[in-house]
Design a protein around this ligand. Structure first.
Ligand SMILES: [Zn+2]
Ligand SMILES: [Zn+2]
Length: 347
């Protein structure tokens, strides 16, 4: 089969590799019908994720059809349409028993396209199929479901839920890329009164407004004073969601939040950020971090099936699977191409 493999920093290949097979009784093999590329894949290609070995097939976000299962798999069977989530769950360890699948110590967690071969390929082997795959409800399109493999649960759990967004809150979302836009969508599930989006790119600010931001500001415009004026009582935002992963955006979030407010960091950081505890301690600010658990995936799938989660517009570019290298180029050059999520479909 064809797959996208990693060969050290800056080197990726789209080429022939052996088809995956069931190795463990709990495995399934899934034919990939739709797959996407993640900012994390670009981090891997920069060499930021050294545990990814030579020849590893990348990708951890897909939708597909089960073609085979091991004898220990009970709840999915050949022919089932499934979501292949970024997080796998052994279902047995203490973290999985507490629905913290992202922290699984039994061989799950973020393994696809990281510690084992991923789904930017024609087929993928998925361990712990019963507790890691999600059967798709009738009527949910592959392209929409694909967004639930990572960005929707990540923005919802690590941004909205960790930040405890509530009715009437003022929420700042710093970063209006795919994760930031997904945070706008999922924050709206909790009825905030105002959503202030911050990004450098005017095109992304326009997208933020289309997704439901009440105000869209550049970082130069998003001074603490300006944002306080936009907030309830003029005291700052209740929740600031960091959706970029650079020190400047994290530090901006800590300046925008009101006393008693929450900073929910979603961005993946490659450098240290300054934590101004000398200013923050007296203001009762809560800061949260996290890797997605994907325990919200069934809820999000149900909302999608019920037509209560409108993800239209997040996928900006579509390709046949065999155009993987071109899709990578378009996604990596988002500033020029305007790409949010790219989707590749089986041809
Ligand atoms: Zn991802
Ligand atoms: Zn586990």
């Amino acid at each position: 089969m064809k797959a996208l493999t990693y060969h050290g920093p800056g080197r990726r290949t789209w080429g022939d590799v052996p088809d995956p097979v069931v190795r463990d009784p709990e495995d399934a093999v899934v034919r990939v019908d739709a797959v996407t590329i993640c900012g994390t894949d670009l981090h891997i290609l920069k060499g930021d994720v050294p545990e990814v070995g030579q020849g590893r097939i990348l990708g951890h976000e897909a939708v597909g059809t089960v073609t085979g299962t091991g004898p220990g798999v009970r709840t999915v069977t050949a022919g089932d349409r499934v979501l292949v989530s970024c997080i796998s769950a052994c279902g047995r360890c203490s973290y999985c028993r507490a629905a913290s699948y992202g922290q699984c110590t039994g061989g799950g967690g973020w393994i696809l396209g990281h510690l084992i071969d991923g789904c930017q390929a024609e087929y993928v082997r998925t361990p712990f199929a019963d507790t890691s795959l999600y059967r798709l409800p009738e009527g949910v399109a592959d392209e929409d479901a694909l967004l639930l493999a990572d960005i929707l649960p990540t923005s919802y759990e690590v941004g909205v839920r960790n930040g405890r967004v509530g009715p009437g809150d003022t929420v700042a979302i710093v970063g209006a890329g795919p994760i930031g836009l997904a945070a706008i969508l999922t924050a709206r599930l909790h009825s905030p009164s105002r959503i202030i989006a911050v990004d450098l790119a005017r095109t992304r600010l326009a997208a933020a407004e289309r997704f439901g931001a009440s105000t869209a500001l550049t970082p130069a415009e998003a001074t603490p004073e300006a944002v306080r004026e936009l907030s309830r009582d003029g005291l700052g935002v209740d929740v600031a969601i960091e959706a970029v992963g650079v020190p400047e955006t994290f530090e901006l979030c800590t300046r925008l939040v009101r006393p008693g407010g929450r900073v929910a960091n979603v961005g993946v950081h490659g450098r240290p950020a300054v934590l101004h505890l000398e200013d923050l301690w007296i203001r009762n600010v809560t800061i949260t971090t996290g890797l997605v658990d994907t325990d919200s995936t069934p809820l999000l799938l149900d909302l999608l099936a019920a037509g209560r989660l409108d993800v239209a517009g997040l996928v900006t570019h579509r390709f046949g699977l065999d155009r993987m290298p071109e899709a990578y180029d378009v996604f990596a050059d988002a500033a020029d191409t305007g790409a949010l999520k790219v989707a590749l479909f089986r041809t």
